[in-house]
Write a protein that binds this ligand. Sequence first.
Ligand SMILES: Nc1ncnc2c1ncn2[C@@H]1O[C@H](COP(=O)(O)OP(=O)(O)OP(=O)(O)O)[C@@H](O)[C@H]1O
Length: 307
Amino acid sequence: MSSIISVANLSKTYGSGFKALKNVNLDIQRGEIFALLGPNGAGKTTLISIICGIANPSEGKVLVGGEDIQASYRKARSLIGLVPQELHTDAFESVWATVSFSRGLFGKPKNPAHIEKVLKDLSLWDKKDSKIITLSGGMKRRVMIAKALSHEPQILFLDEPTAGVDVELRKGMWEVVRTLQQSGVTIILTTHYIEEAEEMADRIGVINKGEIVLIEDKATLMQKLGKKRLTLHLQGKLGALPESLSHYELDLCDSGATLIYDYDTKGERTGITSLLSDLRNAGIRFNDLDTTQSSLEDIFVDLVRTS
Ligand SMILES: Nc1ncnc2c1ncn2[C@@H]1O[C@H](COP(=O)(O)OP(=O)(O)OP(=O)(O)O)[C@@H](O)[C@H]1O
């Protein structure tokens, strides 16, 4: 895959002197769904605003489809559809008029067939003549997506697409996003919901305090999540591990009172049975044991705490 967005050494300092982005480097691949995770105030909206040409960078460069977002603003911007966090539409206009008007803003000639396809893809076709004010919250969100797609962009930004939305509606939205990806659109979404990133994304990026602290394929991340930890609370303290256990990757902690063994739940063998038998043979006894599994949430919380 080739990159459709390339962000290099991007920094943003607001007028107040606040540094909202610090040397961000990020490439978005054509056709992928990329989820940008981060706590409140991490810089997600600032990053999206700069890529979409709404805010200016203090330093660095952004290319969209090979076009510089500042030097070739109109060309670069026409490749992007943006669905902002806040829903703002003219309450008394019809769905059809609202979506068609958005296309006009990009200077594109009328194309009723495209607007019809977008409304059908988003299950809004039977609402095309309804006034926005009469729609449910979920439908209004879909109108916002239809507006963003009206000028046939190659890239769609969804800023917190399911914030404050109930579970049913969130799942419906995921379906919509998948359909859009299948139609060839590259999607970048920001979210607070780890579950959403886990469910939707091909790659996940984590931003904290203006810095990208992780970018990883979801599959690789999930593999890391397949690890489990067995903790054995020993009866007596152990000075060192006996030679007979040296082929296990064990950690002796708590001044020799706890033994830790990490294993792969997806591996062919976990090694637990033989470890327990070798421990018995070595005369090492324990009072208790527990197992824990790390989740994307743990990784996220850890990253955000330590960075
Ligand atoms: N115009 C501005 N002037 C000064 N500081 C700003 C401005 N806009 C945003 N900030 C600050 O920059 C930081 C990043 O804000 P941003 O909105 O990008 O975060 P976010 O990750 O999108 O947060 P949220 O998840 O809450 O939407 C915040 O501390 C915010 O207060």
